[in-house]
Design a protein around this ligand. Structure first.
Ligand SMILES: [Cu+2]
Length: 286
């Protein structure tokens, strides 16, 4: 089958329009802070770190697309112009200094060009700014415990909630918890993570954070949520049979709402202290 150049062009244009429409609809249906059906891009951003991750991802995608198309064009040219039928007496050229220098130097320059924003992003993620509050997240088989050392030293367990009663629960499947992390908006939150039994991983896609919670070692990361709402994450290190059932929910609220929540939480979790899984395990170990 032979296709004219014009027809190929129209097909490619059609494909590009379909891809563009899919990308636009994917973004439109996605709700901030949670996964969406048929989503294939990154989750929307709610922190400066995630803004940077998305930017870097897009830049890399453009670079690798251009490189791939370039290599494809070279391959097609070789196949069409230099096959034995169209080029029966091949050239005996073995070296070309200019091309050899170019194919060494250009990839080096591309890699250096990628390294600069890559390191800038790494430093942004790993260089903790001065924190407004600290949360300690302890990964356990198979739930999370959170402590608020700066706000009254209360702690609580956060377990998967309302999975059997899907109809009563408006949270996304397998992502709701009974006790959510509550943090104020536009504040730098330091997250310390540790594992109580095996390695877990604390990850919230919309914040661009994912950090292992390792027994005997305190890890830390940070986020500054710039939007209010609920942001869902999951344990991201295979940690045993119920690994899929230990979600993370961060509820970002205003300063006022946070202060009110802290007061209520102090009372609620002080009363519940002896009945939490964390405390029960601790007293059992004593
Ligand atoms: Cu896990």
């Amino acid at each position: 089958m032979k296709m004219s150049k014009g027809r190929i062009g129209r097909h490619l244009l059609g494909l590009a329009v379909i891809c563009g429409a899919l990308a636009a609809s994917g973004a439109a249906f996605a709700e901030l802070g949670q996964p969406a059906p048929w989503e294939y891009t990154l989750q929307g951003s709610a922190t400066p770190v995630m803004d940077n991750i998305i930017w870097f991802h897009r830049v890399l995608l453009i670079i690798i697309t251009v490189i791939t198309l370039f290599v494809l064009a070279l391959l097609v040219t070789v196949m069409v112009k230099f096959n034995s039928r169209s080029n029966p007496t091949p050239s005996r050229t073995t070296h070309n200094t200019l091309i050899e220098v170019a194919w060494t130097l250009i990839p080096v320059l591309i890699l250096v060009g990628i390294a600069v924003p890559s390191f800038r992003l790494l430093f942004l993620q790993l260089d903790l700014p001065k924190a407004d509050l600290t949360i300690k997240a302890t990964g356990k088989q198979w739930y999370w415990s959170y402590a608020y050392p700066d706000n009254g030293k209360f702690e609580f367990d956060s377990l998967l909630a309302c999975d059997e009663e899907r109809t009563k629960c408006d949270a996304p499947r397998l992502l709701a918890v009974d006790n959510e992390i509550v943090v104020p908006v536009d504040k730098v939150v330091r997250v310390e993570t540790i594992g109580a039994d095996v390695i877990h991983s604390f990850a919230v896609p919309a914040f661009g954070i994912k950090i292992d919670a390792i027994p005997g070692r305190l890890n830390e990361t940070w986020f500054k949520a710039t939007k209010t709402g609920k942001f869902y994450g999951q344990c991201s290190e295979l940690c045993g049979k119920d690994h899929a059932y230990m979600p993370i929910v961060v509820h970002v609220v205003t300063d006022q709402e946070f202060a009110t929540w802290v007061e209520a939480a102090k009372k609620k979790f002080a009363a519940a202290k002896d009945t939490t899984y964390a405390s029960a395990a601790e007293s059992a170990a004593r």
